[in-house]
Ligand binder design. Structure first.
Ligand SMILES: NC(=O)c1ccc[n+]([C@@H]2O[C@H](COP(=O)([O-])OP(=O)(O)OC[C@H]3O[C@@H](n4cnc5c(N)ncnc54)[C@H](O)[C@@H]3O)[C@@H](O)[C@H]2O)c1
Length: 346
């Protein structure tokens, strides 16, 4: 089943097995002057030929380093110069083929080159398909995670779960952290479904299709309500991320794994300041999937990075905390409370 969503807040999002075959027609509708495909070393080996064949037009190709290394100002500068030297105009298109890190940096580059060019995202990891590529947040790292970025929804996003066929199991596990996040933040039924499965379901095609469709729909619903994270609605999806981003930066763990620990720590904070009581249930689900739940960093160092968090509007940390499975409250929290919860989670 292929579903199409279209709105100014999220652009056109085409989701489902086989949606990659629509790429050429969708890009033709945008009538780009030139096209640059940007991908990463791993993904290029696996999927670039297929995309070039499907696209059936002349395109420049640039291959970046894999993972977080690409989310860097120097990489952006290099790309901007390349675009300029190759004669890319405002009516040209950047196509990102890769995981969440690549989507973030290419989204950012597309948003600032000539004040914004056409952008298409083809996310190739579970995490990018259900989260990073949807909703227009772009970002690069600078001391802290995603400190520099813009809101810039892609004109066309193609979410084809077939691209996950080559994804190593470890990356599927990584992506499942964000699936669990959707369950806790918005979708009790989704959480209960994950409670029932075992790790072997991660390679089950119908399970993955269902998860991708449900999470994309959840995310689009929230982004349309609050595209620029101003009313608190979109902040719900930051559950696990205030502490998780600090852990990611300190430990070098992959995003999903850091968020897994971040969610457990934030559940502990929730137990201190809300009526939430399900931390052990959350921990059990994450551990069953093979995700880490134990904090392995100095709580004071974590707190120092939390101070750089974008949600901390007036200096105090703001956290998205569950009140029960499927429901989130946005709360300003004292630093001492966070330290207490981090102490319990280490
Ligand atoms: N903008 C947002 O709203 C948002 C939301 C969530 C996460 N993020 C960002 O996403 C990033 C994490 O994304 P990620 O988990 O996709 O990591 P990633 O982009 O680093 O990709 C993980 C690895 O998977 C490999 N890979 C990608 N697709 C593959 C495929 N089909 N087959 C085989 N290997 C493949 C990549 O080469 C890489 O080594 C973080 O930087 C995070 O901040 C952004």
């Amino acid at each position: 089943m292929v579903k199409v969503y279209s709105s100014p807040e999220v652009g056109k999002v085409i989701v489902g097995r086989g949606s990659l075959y629509r790429l050429k027609d969708e890009l033709d509708l945008l009538r780009p002057f030139k096209v640059m495909i940007v991908t990463t070393e791993n993904v290029a080996k696996l999927w670039l030929d297929r995309v070039l064949t499907l696209l059936d037009r002349v395109a420049d190709v640039t291959v970046l380093e894999d993972g977080e290394l690409a989310k860097d100002l120097k990489v952006v500068e290099r790309l901007l110069v390349e675009l300029l030297r190759k004669g890319f105009t405002r009516k040209s298109l950047l196509l990102a083929l890769g995981g969440g890190a690549l989507c973030d940096v290419i989204g950012f580059t597309a948003s600032i080159y000539m004040r914004g060019v056409l952008l298409s995202l083809v996310p190739t990891t579970l995490l990018a398909q259900i989260d990073a590529a949807i909703g227009g947040k772009t970002g690069i790292n600078l001391e802290g995670k995603n400190v520099v970025g813009t809101f810039y929804p892609a004109h066309v996003t193609i979410v084809d779960p077939e691209l996950l066929n080559t994804l190593p199991k470890e990356e599927l596990v990584n992506g499942m952290a964000e699936v669990v996040k959707y369950g806790i933040a918005l979708d009790q039924q989704l959480f209960e479904l994950i409670e029932l499965i075992d790790k072997s379901s991660l390679t089950d095609v119908s399970f993955l299709d269902k998860v991708v469709h449900e999470c994309v729909e959840d995310k689009i619903r929230i982004v349309i309500k609050d595209p620029r994270e101003e009313t608190g609605e979109r902040m719900k999806l930051n559950f696990g991320h205030t502490i998780g981003h600090a852990i990611e930066r300190l430990s070098g763990l992959e995003h999903g794994r850091a968020i897994s620990i971040g969610m457990v720590c934030e559940c502990r904070v929730a137990e201190l300041v809300t009526e939430f009581k399900d931390t052990d249930r959350v921990k059990a689900v994450l551990e069953k999937l093979g995700l880490p739940t134990q904090l392995n960093a100095d709580p004071k160092a974590v707190l120092k990075l939390i101070r750089m968090d974008k949600k901390s509007w007036y200096g105090k940390p703001i956290l998205a905390l569950p009140t029960k499975i499927g429901s989130i409250a946005i709360k300003e929290v004292e630093e001492e409370t966070i330290l207490r919860a981090l102490g319990e989670a280490s």
